[in-house]
Design a protein around this ligand. Structure first.
Ligand code: EPS
Length: 355
């Protein structure tokens, strides 16, 4: 059974929801470990005051009993505490009573760089809010919860995944500068996965290639505009003799320009994925836009937002990479019970004589 993930939820709606199917039974989950990742995602430098309203915690509605997966769909929920300020504006049903709280007036000023304009055009919407609520990076919270579950599955085969910011000190200085200038900034993050066995993914078909799958998983995160595996773009400027990782007699490598993936398949070295995040599009000093109601030139919507969410991206991308690696590992080793999954991994490593 392949691992699948579906999510739902708007930024200021009642909750974010994820359903994970195909997980083996008997996987031990620790609520505190999942909540610690949710907290890490909220903590980064440059986040918006929204993070003081939210204290993200995972709730489990199905698929878990006494902390162990049942092999049935796992249903996760992360509630939006801020919804209490939007009960009229984001009511799933036609609200009763006078408009109150936030989100009562239609937004008509699309922000360049956000989903606003594309959303209203594509879906025929009259209120930009109907597009921006789902496009918001708020929903990465429940993806992080799913990523924490994937990390638990990977831990059972001794794989560890960790995301970090590239040049954190430089980023913090740029955030301070941007905050003063009422601007926003992006940055670069890196995810490393250690202990990944060789042979995950495949060169057999385009959509089996693990590098393509990881790139799609990370590019699918809000505000990501570039993804590279290993030395990525820098490889294009090198000679072949400088670009590839020579093979020792124990089949390991002294260098890792490939980022642990050759021909779409893991080679047993660390998997390294990097992503570039664009500056966030909600600016306190807005860019030119059009008022969709009047057709006049106007300034884009200004509302509470982050100066940067790069540190959050490191956690979100960690979860996305973990999910994709867990999926690839489960495709290779299978198993309806975690013990079967681990035993298949052990038998495989024995066959290839991998230490
Ligand atoms: C976001 C806008 C801001 C961010 C939000 C993503 O939300 P708000 O409009 O409520 O201040 O804080 O991210 C989160 C809420 C979060 O938990 O990451 C956007 O437009 O993408």
């Amino acid at each position: 059974m392949t691992l699948r993930l579906a999510t739902a939820g708007e930024s200021h709606g009642p909750a974010l929801v994820a359903i994970l199917t195909g997980l083996p039974a008997g996987l031990v989950l620790d609520r505190d470990v999942i909540d610690a990742d949710l907290k890490r995602r909220q903590e980064g430098y440059g986040r918006s005051p929204r993070q003081q309203i939210e204290q993200d915690r995972v709730e489990v509605l199905a698929g878990l009993r006494h902390g162990r997966t049942l092999g049935t769909p796992l249903a996760l929920v992360v509630r939006n505490a801020d919804h209490r300020n939007w009960t009229w504006g984001m009511n799933p049903w036609p609200p009763e009573g006078e408009p109150a709280g936030k989100g009562t007036k239609a937004v008509t000023l699309p922000r360049p760089g956000h989903a606003d304009l594309a959303g209203v055009l594509k879906y025929g919407l009259g209120d930009v809010r109907d597009a921006l609520e789902r496009a918001s990076a708020r929903h990465t919270a429940v993806h992080v919860a799913a990523g924490a579950v994937a990390k638990a599955l990977l831990a059972s085969i001794d794989v560890a995944v960790e995301g970090s910011v590239v040049d954190e000190a430089g980023l913090r200085a740029r955030i301070d500068e941007a905050r003063k200038a009422r601007d926003t900034v992006g940055g670069v993050i890196e995810v490393r996965a250690r202990g990944v066995p060789p042979g995950l993914g495949s060169y057999a078909s385009k959509d089996d290639r693990l590098d393509a799958r990881l790139a799609a998983a990370v590019m699918g995160i809000q505000a990501v505009k570039g993804v590279e595996i290993g030395d990525g773009f820098a490889l294009a400027g090198r000679f072949g003799s400088e670009a590839h990782d020579e093979i020792r007699t124990d089949r390991r490598r002294d260098t890792n320009h490939a980022g642990g993936i050759e021909a779409g398949t893991t080679n047993g070295e660390e998997v390294v994925v990097r992503a570039a995040m664009k500056p966030l599009p909600t600016l306190m000093k807005p860019l030119a836009s059009v008022d969709l109601e009047t057709g006049e030139q106007a300034q884009a919507l200004v509302e509470r937002s982050d100066v940067a969410a790069v540190e959050a991206l490191a956690v979100v991308a960690e979860g996305a990479v973990a999910w994709e690696l867990a999926r690839a590992a489960h495709e290779k080793f299978g198993g309806d019970a975690v013990g079967d999954f681990v035993a298949a991994r052990d038998a495989y490593l024995e066959r290839i004589g991998w230490r």
